[in-house]
Ligand binder design. Structure first.
Ligand SMILES: Cc1cc2nc3c(=O)[nH]c(=O)nc-3n(C[C@H](O)[C@H](O)[C@H](O)COP(=O)(O)O)c2cc1C
Length: 170
């Protein structure tokens, strides 16, 4: 699949998944796309725990509602990288979008799970996966073959969100 086709096709999938494991080779490709993402000062502050063991997935499901057979847990390092400022959210977001595009390209489905980690769930996932206290679980991407077709969310037209040379157009 070509890049612009993957961008156009990517959408959040919250439906059921086929009971079909995701080969490690594909999980590695997806996470490698995340590793290739830009990061502030090339600090590479996002790391990844790839969960594909059914037993660990079941424990993960007790914390977060995920029906996919595998998940990529994005762990961020909030240490400052320049002028006392950290950029772990931006770094992580760049990695996540790269991975979502890779997931789409390989024919899998996913959804950016972050809001669902509030209320102590991120800490529970961290404990389950042995994430050190200096790091934080930020985003989880389920990965699997979708069992249903899901509609894409509508995006506002270009003219409502982008202009050449002057905000709002001239
Ligand atoms: C920062 C962020 C947090 C998100 N958290 C969640 C979440 O916790 N659960 C969920 O189902 N979707 C979550 N999403 C996905 C958005 O709801 C989704 O991207 C949005 O509705 C647009 O739909 P689309 O991804 O199909 O274009 C999140 C997206 C972002 C960027």
């Amino acid at each position: 699949m070509e890049l612009f086709e993957a961008i156009a096709k990517r959408h959040s999938y919250r439906g059921p998944y086929l009971d079909k494991p995701v080969p490690r080779e594909d999980l590695r490709k997806i996470v490698q796309a995340g590793i290739q993402a830009p990061s502030a000062r090339n600090a590479q502050s996002t790391s990844f725990v790839i969960v594909d063991d059914p037993e660990v997935m079941n424990h993960l499901r007790e914390i977060v509602p995920i029906s996919a057979p595998a998940a990529i847990v994005c762990v961020v390092d909030p240490s400052p990288v320049v002028h006392g400022k950290s950029f772990e959210l931006e770094d992580c977001a760049a990695a996540v979008e790269n991975m979502l595009l890779a997931i789409t390209t390989l024919g899998y489905a996913s959804v950016w799970l972050e809001g669902v980690l509030h209320g102590g769930r991120a800490e529970q996932v961290a404990e389950l996966l042995g994430v050190p206290p200096s790091k934080r679980v930020q985003v989880i991407l389920p990965v699997g073959v979708p069992a249903e077709n899901w509609q894409q969310r509508e995006k506002k037209p270009f003219e409502e969100r982008a202009w050449f040379n002057h905000y709002g157009g001239s």
